[in-house]
Design a protein around this ligand. Sequence first.
Ligand SMILES: N[C@@H](CCC(=O)N[C@@H](CS)C(=O)NCC(=O)O)C(=O)O
Length: 206
Amino acid sequence: MLLVGRTVSPFVRRTVVVLKQLGVDYDELHLSTADDLEAILEKNPVGRVPALILDDGETIVDSQAIIEHLLETAGPDNGLMPASGAARRKVRNLSAIATGAMEKGVSSSYERNRRPEDKIYQGWVDRVDSQAASALAALETAAETAGDGWLAGETMTLADIDAAIAYQFIKGAAPYLMEGGGYPALAALVERIKPLPAYDASRWRG
Ligand SMILES: N[C@@H](CCC(=O)N[C@@H](CS)C(=O)NCC(=O)O)C(=O)O
């Protein structure tokens, strides 16, 4: 299997944590969204990372589709996603909020860094920033409720991985969204998850 993308992307990073946590053997192709668009387009018609190329050549695009495939292959006892019911809905919902925060964090940084200054429209920037901040605030509330535990119950799940990655990504790429006290419960969640080898190994060291 070949994973296309670099873990500087939160979407690639969540995929890598799941691959490693499930013990899947794979290689990485480190294409950059800024410099390698043509090469990425050959792997993913949307021109985004991640894409996962399976051993038989089939390609899966989008971190959610890839993760769903990996969890399904690992089976109902994959340890990251409850099989059904309220527990599953909770993990899926928190993950969706966290990936939404990632999307808005990416947009916030693109709006500032990938446009000529005279093409920046502040009204849109403010809207995107407020959406990222609102998603982070919802995750912060969930982390406060969890106290010293995990977001969706007794054990660590995909929700914790995604919330921690969203927090760390935004802290690095859009630090201005962390002003005003930050998100201390999320910061504590990151400290709890950091010792997990799969999480630590996913840190971008490029
Ligand atoms: N929903 C997608 C989002 C992927 C995404 O937006 N990736 C970014 C990198 S963080 C990207 O490839 N951006 C390049 C572009 O959109 O031009 C997923 O979960 O994989």
